[in-house]
Design a protein around this ligand. Structure first.
Ligand SMILES: Nc1ncnc2c1ncn2[C@@H]1O[C@H](COP(=O)(O)OP(=O)(O)OP(=O)(O)O)[C@@H](O)[C@H]1O
Ligand SMILES: [Mg+2]
Length: 241
């Protein structure tokens, strides 16, 4: 199968080298988790993949098309950040519908699509609420609905549940897994929580300490014992800190 997303020898230097050289491929429909110690360059790598930050070396292609920061491309990339980044003066539905405007859809169609993705995200009945009137988990669900509504070729998520309490975090991990199954989207998900990566990802990419290289790429197909996998990954990350 052709690769959906190819990261080839990608590196980044700010004042110091942050990402050395990182290569991995993602097939359509995969759920890839990027793991690594604090400050190793996970967010930077995700931003490069999304075309939000130029790479110093290497290249990223989405369905064979190069993604270069500042240059237009044909593909749609959905992004969910650690904070929900909703506009407080708009309702949840209006927040989702807003991102559909550049796609040239009419108002009725935008509203219908927004409602559909709010429903997939478990927010039926809350469409007309403003962000301040719903919980943190619900705001994060809205951010996910907004990213999905454009029907992205790839969905990038940067520690999307980092601001949630443990219980909501667990709920959202199950939700994102279900949404992934229902929509078949290709997901690249950054986390430094090992249990979270093992709970949601089909492929786990463990990065080394800065400057990041790939420390290990693991297929999380359920055949490896979960407890052992979490243990091994914890040992690995401790060695990198
Ligand atoms: N715009 C920038 N200019 C200069 N240095 C930067 C910039 N963005 C990130 N860095 C540096 O790059 C390194 C990696 O940052 P990055 O945010 O990608 O790490 P991370 O793995 O996402 O960390 P965390 O686990 O804390 O989220 C850090 O040392 C950071 O200071
Ligand atoms: Mg980060």
């Amino acid at each position: 199968m052709a690769l959906k997303l190819a990261v080839e020898e990608v590196g980044k230097d700010f004042l110091i080298p942050v990402i050395d050289r990182v290569s991995f491929g993602v097939e359509a429909g995969e759920f890839v988790c990027l793991l690594g110690p604090n400050g190793c360059g996970k967010t930077t790598l995700l931003r490069i993949v999304g075309g939000l930050e130029p790479a110093t070396r290497g290249r990223v292609t989405l369905d064979g098309e190069p993604i270069v920061a500042g240059q237009p491309h044909q593909h749609k990339v959905g992004v969910v950040f650690q904070e929900d980044r909703l506009l407080p003066w708009l309702t949840l539905e209006q927040n989702v519908a807003l991102v559909l405007k550049p796609l040239g859809l009419g108002a009725a169609e935008r509203a219908a699509i927004a409602r559909r993705y709010l429903k997939i995200s478990g927010l039926v009945g809350f469409e007309d609420y403003h962000p301040a009137r719903v919980s943190g988990g619900m705001r994060q669900r809205t951010a996910i609905a907004r990213a999905l509504a454009i029907e992205p070729d790839v969905l990038l998520m940067d520690e999307p549940f980092g601001a949630l309490d443990a219980q909501n975090r667990r709920i959202m991990q199950n939700e994102v897994r279900r949404i992934w199954r229902e929509t078949g989207r290709t997901i690249l998900f950054v986390t430094h929580a090992i249990e979270e990566a093992v709970a949601v990802g089909t492929t786990l990419v463990m990065l080394s300490a800065r400057p990041a290289r790939i420390r290990e790429l693991i297929r999380n197909d359920g055949r490896t014992d979960r407890v052992k996998l979490i243990d091994d990954l914890n040992t690995m990350i401790m060695e990198e800190v």
